[in-house]
Design a protein around this ligand. Structure first.
Ligand SMILES: C[S@@+](CC[C@H](N)C(=O)[O-])C[C@H]1O[C@@H](n2cnc3c(N)ncnc32)[C@H](O)[C@@H]1O
Length: 263
């Protein structure tokens, strides 16, 4: 069930139905993502910011790392998941390393910008805060951000929304109050973005639960085209709200001989 690009309707599922939703969802994910990482970094850092070494903790498949690389001479993406790193997008000035928030494989006082994009909820711990303080230069910029694309209102209008499920995921996880993290800016806002119906369908089907649900509704070969036609009947582009959560800090200088005793 490997998805392949097709000229007319844009997307087609090849092969027969199997349990490989993750592969298909990953192909939809690769086909289109709204450029929210770029937009958030531009808002937070500004167009002229420049750093020698950027570290992106919880880099996943590298979307957030490549966006950060625009601002850095060298950028390192860190993730504990081999399968994420295996799909990470290559880039001339980016390296990807296995690691985690509590074990960042870069030298002491080397990174002048450190980002957590949609990853602090998973990574936050006393050890992670300590690692960030170890690898950051004095005065380093620490940027924690996340976003929530609000697809449900559009899907509800089309009668295609999944039943709500409970989640304890925290979009607003940040370092506020942590020793050594001097708060610069903590904001949340909702913006409205427009995307084509085809791109909207890719975003919807990049989640394997929604893919499973819509496949059971429309059949294995037609979830993408059914979704596109349903929206096309209403409009050619789709407006989607995205909630943005941005927290930015300056790393306070500290006595590195005390590193073993950091809280
Ligand atoms: C929602 S994804 C975000 C990926 C990427 N930053 C992006 O914006 O596309 C969250 C990532 O956090 C990673 N992660 C999970 N636990 C982690 C930890 N303890 N330290 C660092 N990253 C972690 C996951 O493997 C996953 O790649």
């Amino acid at each position: 069930m490997t998805p392949t690009q097709k000229k007319s309707s844009g997307f087609q599922y090849a092969g027969h139905m199997a349990e490989r939703y993750d592969t298909v969802a990953a192909a939809h994910y690769a086909a289109y993502r709204p450029p929210l990482h770029e937009l958030i970094l531009d808002k937070a850092l500004g167009g002229d910011a420049r750093f020698a070494l950027g570290v992106d903790v919880g880099c996943g498949t590298g979307r957030s790392t490549i966006a950060l690389a625009t601002y850095c001479d060298r950028t390192v993406g860190i993730d504990p998941s081999d399968s994420m790193l295996n799909q990470a997008e290559p880039h001339a000035h980016v390296s990807y390393l296995v690691g985690a928030g509590d074990s960042i494989p870069v030298p002491d006082a080397s990174a002048d910008v450190i980002t957590f994009a949609g990853s602090l909820h998973y990574a936050d711990s006393t050890m992670t805060r300590r690692e960030v303080r170890r690898v950051g230069t004095p005065g380093a910029t620490i940027l924690v951000y996340d976003f929530d694309l609000q697809l449900t209102p559009v899907l509800t209008r089309l009668g295609m929304a999944l039943p709500e499920s409970r989640s304890d995921y925290n979009h607003t996880a940040n370092f506020t109050g942590g020793e050594g993290f001097v708060e610069r800016n903590v904001t949340s806002e909702t913006i409205n973005i427009r995307m084509t119906t085809g791109d909207f369908a890719h975003v919807v089907l990049s989640d394997s639960n929604r893919l499973d649900y819509l496949t059971s509704m429309f059949g294995p070969d037609t979830a993408y085209s059914a979704l596109v036609s349903a929206i096309n009947a209403a409009d050619e582009t789709v407006a989607v709200n995205a909630a943005l959560f941005i927290s930015m800090y300056t790393l306070a200088p500290h006595d590195r001989s005390d590193d073993l005793h950091l809280p």
